[in-house]
Design a protein around this ligand. Structure first.
Ligand code: PHE
Length: 348
């Protein structure tokens, strides 16, 4: 019996060598330690063993059982470790490889210009108010002192919509919308899109954006001198302290007196180019003292209140600032063009 046990032990240990596979180990476990395995079989045959030898055989069986269980456990550990090392080696990460870069967008150059303009105006005390793009005749024309069928309306070709509505031709509707519901003192700027049936060209587009600004207070407080001061200050902040600014007499139905403001052409520095129509100057905004009829239309008494207004095209203003000589580039959205004006890198 003892020799048989020795043999079972030696055989099992040989099979449980270091390189044993999982299946081999399991096979040994079942054959030797299993419920109907070799050791169980020996225990069952214990009655055949002479009584005085039974304790020794029993002890031997237990020792072999323990030894083999330990051996199997150790092999299991080894295998687990090896599997872990294999998977670590496979999943190795090279932290020095370049990462995946996620492409980030940026604001359109015209949007960047508009935000810069609004920043300057806000820093001067103006409040930004959004007003509607779809308007009625009263807010776009009537209240702004364009009499019905008056030729002045032809200054601004118009997209008409059903139901007496239209697409606003300028942001001057903002003056009416705000003054209707608020009382002076007011210092407001209204940015937004405007529409006129013009061909897209070097200098014009059927859709463009403007910023309207106006300042109203009791009569005698806000004068033409303030208008000139505010606009000169604004233009120098936007275009640079050495830019030339020129005021010319002009006409708008909603201002009296009216002026157009030119800036020395930043593209050709006065030499003449297609953007400044070879004059060295570019007109960038219209302005004036708000006409008494406009004040009356919003329920203000012109004897009591007075103020100025101005309006400028954002694309026109950006052309010069960014050194772009064709308005169409802003609307074509060719990425090769837009990439030159990534946020923070533009010349703004
Ligand atoms: N609304 C005018 C335009 O679109 C600009 C303007 C605004 C002129 C305010 C005077 C005062 O041309």
């Amino acid at each position: 019996m003892k020799e048989q046990l020795e043999q079972i032990r030696a055989q099992a240990l040989q099979e449980l060598s270091n390189g044993a596979s999982e299946e081999q180990i399991e096979a040994v476990r079942v054959r030797v330690l299993g419920r109907s395995g070799e050791l169980t079989e020996i225990m069952r045959r214990m009655p055949e063993v002479p009584r005085d030898q039974r304790p020794a055989v029993g002890r031997m069986v237990n020792e072999i059982k323990q030894e083999l269980e330990e051996r199997i456990a150790r092999l299991g550990e080894q295998q687990k470790r090896a599997a872990m090392e294999r998977s670590l080696a496979e999943a190795r990460i090279d932290v020095t490889l370049p990462g995946l870069s996620v492409p980030r967008g940026w604001l359109h150059p015209v949007t960047q210009s508009r935000e810069r303009m609004l920043d300057i105006l806000e820093s001067m005390g103006f409040e930004v108010v959004e007003t509607p793009e779809v308007e009625d005749d009263f807010h776009n024309f009537g209240a702004l002192n364009f009499p019905p069928d008056h030729p002045a309306r032809e200054m601004q070709d118009t997209f008409f919509l059903a139901g007496g509505l239209l697409l606003r031709t300028h942001t001057s509707n903002g003056q009416i919308r705000v003054m209707e519901r608020r009382k002076p003192p007011l210092a407001i700027v209204c940015p937004g899109n405007c529409y006129r049936p013009d061909e897209l060209s070097v200098r014009a587009s059927p859709m463009f954006s403007q910023i309207e600004g106006f300042m109203v207070d009791r009569a005698g407080i806000i004068t033409m001198a303030h208008l000139k001061g505010v606009l000169t200050e604004f233009l120098r902040a936007f275009y640079g302290a050495d830019s030339g600014v020129r005021f010319r007499a002009s006409f708008f139905p909603f201002t009296e007196p009216s002026t157009e403001v030119d800036i020395s052409c930043l593209l050709c520095h006065g030499a003449g180019c297609r953007v400044c129509k070879h004059s060295g100057w570019t007109e960038i905004l219209g302005a004036g003292m708000i006409h008494p009829n406009v004040l009356r239309a919003v329920g203000y008494d012109p004897a009591e209140f007075q103020g100025f207004a101005f309006g400028m095209g954002v694309e026109r203003t950006s052309l010069l600032k960014l050194g772009v000589d064709d308005m169409r580039l802003f609307f074509e959205n060719d990425l090769r063009f837009l990439r030159q004006f990534r946020s923070g890198e533009a010349a703004i």
